[in-house]
Design a protein around this ligand. Structure first.
Ligand code: PLP
Length: 377
């Protein structure tokens, strides 16, 4: 019998989601309509921020943040090497330079003590990433940012639904802006999609016009509009916003389920010297986007590459989060090299992301654990 296929992430779509999208398709507005403002208000209310701007994807959200902060050539920003490319690329897009600070081995998020080592006169912003949905230590990051007069952009592409010290990530209590991604592997999806939250009216207004070609003035009852800045078309559609509103209604259920799955894996792989999992700090209550399994390849004969392929043959389509960004050829050309961030590199050697999504049943988790334990030998 052919075994079931499991990927590391998968969207959850209900009939209600579909009905909401179809209703919007039959409405007068497919884009630039009322569903977008409704989605933005739903997100802002949920996370406890004053403003929200919904956009085409998480990468566009990050780009708009660096544009809104007016970062430019000569400026530097610091992020983690254990992230998706976009967290660093958004600095490069505006001519600024991406720098990195190594991670904590326990939770794989940026290590605040490491950040300070990389702050220079050119540093203008910090981009902490709430890896796997686990919150970074935002109080410390914000303190450091204030000390050095830096902006903070939280990359919460993984972390909608997560809490830091009983406050929702996205509230921007410790940052200037927070970005989310709604790609299908993320906790809630709009297919492609993203959002930025902020408590700054000034940044909010900038984000609005930068999202739409830089047009910042329209004359009521006239065709006249005015572009004073260079912007983009980073808009999201009303169908996507309708899907997002519908998805967000289930976020707390998704969170409970994701935490339950994470705990089930933690228990299943505990007390086996071949494996370990991330340790969530007490200040974080993650809506886990990922569940990385760390494999001690010194204790097994199989290599990571062989294991990855063998698991695929058995129906486990896993992923690796992440190849450290500084080791990508583009960043190597800018001067980074293997060995620059040893903890992120050591983490990458061990990590494989396990399937984690609300539709997984206890039986599925048992099957997945059994296959891994039998294969990683
Ligand atoms: C940490 C992080 N930041 C940013 C992004 C970019 O989001 P998107 O794929 O929606 O452009 C991703 C996407 O996976 C991500 O994982």
């Amino acid at each position: 019998m052919k075994s079931k296929i499991y990927s590391y992430g998968r969207q959850n779509i209900t009939w209600n989601d579909i009905i909401e999208v179809v209703k919007t398709l039959r409405s007068p507005y497919l884009t630039q309509g009322p569903k977008i403002a409704e989605f933005e208000k739903t997100i802002a209310d949920y996370v406890g921020a004053k403003y929200c701007v919904a956009v085409a994807n998480g990468t566009a959200a990050l780009h708009l943040c660096t544009l809104a902060l007016e970062l430019k050539k000569g400026d530097e920003g610091i992020t983690t090497p254990n992230t998706f490319l976009a967290s660093a690329n958004c600095l490069q897009y505006v001519g600024a330079t991406a720098k990195f600070a190594d991670i904590n081995a326990k939770d794989a998020c940026i290590d605040v003590k490491e950040i300070e080592k990389h702050i220079t006169d050119k540093t203008k912003c910090l981009i902490p990433v709430h890896f796997a949905g686990i919150s970074c230590d935002m109080e410390k990051i914000s303190k450091l940012a204030k000390k050095h007069n830096l902006f903070v952009i939280e990359d919460a592409a993984h972390a909608i639904g997560s809490d830091y010290r009983n406050e929702k990530i996205g509230s921007c209590a410790y940052s200037d802006m927070t970005i989310f991604s709604f790609h299908p592997v993320k906790t809630i999806t709009t297919a492609e999609g993203g959002a930025i939250t902020t408590n700054s009216k000034e940044l909010y207004e900038k984000l609005l016009y930068l999202r739409s070609h830089g047009i910042d003035k329209r004359t009521p009852d006239s065709w006249i509009y005015e572009m004073n800045h260079l912007g983009f078309n980073y808009r999201i559609t009303d169908m996507q916003a309708a899907l997002g509103i519908s998805q967000l209604k289930r976020i707390e259920t998704f969170k409970d389920k994701r935490r339950e799955i994470f705990k089930a894996y933690q228990d299943a792989f505990a007390d086996d010297e071949r494996f370990s999992t991330l340790v969530e700090p007490t200040y974080s209550k993650a809506c886990f986007h990922l569940c990385p399994l760390l494999i001690n390849f010194k204790k097994v004969k199989i290599s990571k590459d062989e294991l990855f392929k063998a698991l695929k043959d058995k129906g486990l389509f896993l992923q690796v989060h992440y190849i450290p960004v500084h080791t990508q050829p583009y960043y190597k050309k800018l001067g980074f090299k293997q060995g620059d961030f040893p903890k992120a590199e050591a983490y990458y050697e061990k990590a494989l992301s396990l399937p984690i999504y609300p539709d997984l049943k206890t039986k599925d988790i048992e099957t997945i654990v059994k296959i891994i334990k039998e294969t990683a030998i």
